[in-house]
Design a protein around this ligand. Structure first.
Ligand SMILES: C[S@@+](CC[C@H](N)C(=O)[O-])C[C@H]1O[C@@H](n2cnc3c(N)ncnc32)[C@H](O)[C@@H]1O
Length: 313
């Protein structure tokens, strides 16, 4: 599928097409992409970059440069200024497993949990000519995570996400869910409103209907007055509401609809059990009110909760 997405950049087939992989490893993806393009009549020149100094010149790659793709003089690599196609399976590196809260890629303007792969999206967009293609294997976290938001926005300002691949099974050895995104670079900057998310790459594959575009204004705070907060009032709700598996709700004791029972177009209240207030629907605020802080078993095992003072991990 990733290969299929690189077969159609708009170009004159008589011209030599430059195909670049900025993190080429042993070059297999780059060579496969070039082979596909050649099979459709194009003349192709391949350029592979990789930071790994132990790599030898990959077979089938015309030009190989051992360098950090995020810190290289691209005008020297691409004398014409741009490639026709960028393909790649760039490094993924989330800062989370190492407990760091700093961006993996100093060059990427992302939030603290931004994956290194985001820097390669930004980079690829700057290296391809209008009408050219960018096709990258990426972690699925780029599709909707907050810290990929600015990169998604910049990508949409530059290109149209028009091809994608995703499947629920892990097809790579790495313990990470991946997708392939294919973009066609636009000839002029595109207007992007709001914060684009690309979750349709997954939802369209699993039959979740497209929710379309919502017209929204203001915030919840503009319409509601917050009269209770989680820490002080959460447990006090126990006797005032009917959780999903409780008795029939009444006007005095309405249903508690938690986010866990809401799916698109359907409320599962009464169908799905809900863990609310530690021990299930019947846990009583009064039961632990007398003992102050107590150990409760829900919302995280062994969490100490104080109905008057919040939780104490
Ligand atoms: C997941 S491998 C992909 C290799 C190849 N594209 C493939 O599909 O087999 C990622 C590659 O990125 C290279 N890499 C990591 N950081 C890089 C950087 N800053 N610049 C260039 N290459 C980098 C690694 O050395 C590694 O070969």
């Amino acid at each position: 599928m990733a290969m299929a997405t690189v077969t159609s950049p708009t170009t004159d087939s008589a011209r030599t097409m430059t195909v670049l992989d900025p993190a080429c490893g042993d070059g297999r993806l780059l060579v496969a992409a070039a082979d596909r393009l050649r099979a459709t009549g194009h003349t192709v020149r391949t350029i592979g970059i990789d930071i790994d100094p132990t790599l030898t010149h990959p077979e089938g790659v015309d030009e190989f440069i051992c360098a950090d793709a995020l810190d290289i003089d691209w005008s020297a690599v691409l004398p014409g200024g741009c490639a026709d196609v960028v393909v790649g399976n760039p490094p993924f590196r989330s800062p989370l497993p190492r407990g760091q809260h700093t961006p993996s890629a100093p060059t990427a303007d992302t939030g603290p949990y931004g994956d290194l792969a985001l820097a390669f999206i930004d980079l690829s967009m700057t290296l391809v000519r209008p009408g050219g293609r960018v096709v990258l294997v990426l972690p699925t976290s780029v599709l909707a995570s907050r810290d990929a938001g600015r990169v998604r926005r910049r990508a949409e300002q530059r290109a149209v996400l028009d091809t994608w691949w995703w499947q629920p099974d892990r097809v790579f050895d790495a313990h990470v869910d991946v997708c392939v995104l294919g973009f066609t670079v636009s000839s002029a900057p595109r207007t992007v409103t709001g914060s684009p998310v690309w979750s349709h790459v997954v939802t369209s594959s699993v039959g979740v209907p497209d929710l379309g575009t919502f017209t929204v204004d203001g915030t919840v705070g503009d319409r509601c007055r917050v009269s209770a907060n989680f820490r002080d009032e959460y447990y006090a709700l126990v006797d005032a509401v009917v959780p999903s598996s409780g008795a029939a709700p009444t006007r005095e004791r309405p249903a508690l609809v938690t986010s866990g029972v809401i799916d698109p177009w359907h409320c599962h209240w009464g169908e799905r059990p809900v863990r609310f207030a530690c021990c299930g629907p019947l846990a009583s605020y009064r039961a632990f009110r007398g003992v102050g802080g107590t150990t409760v078993g829900a919302q995280g095992a062994g969490r100490r909760a104080d109905p008057h003072g919040g939780s104490r991990g």
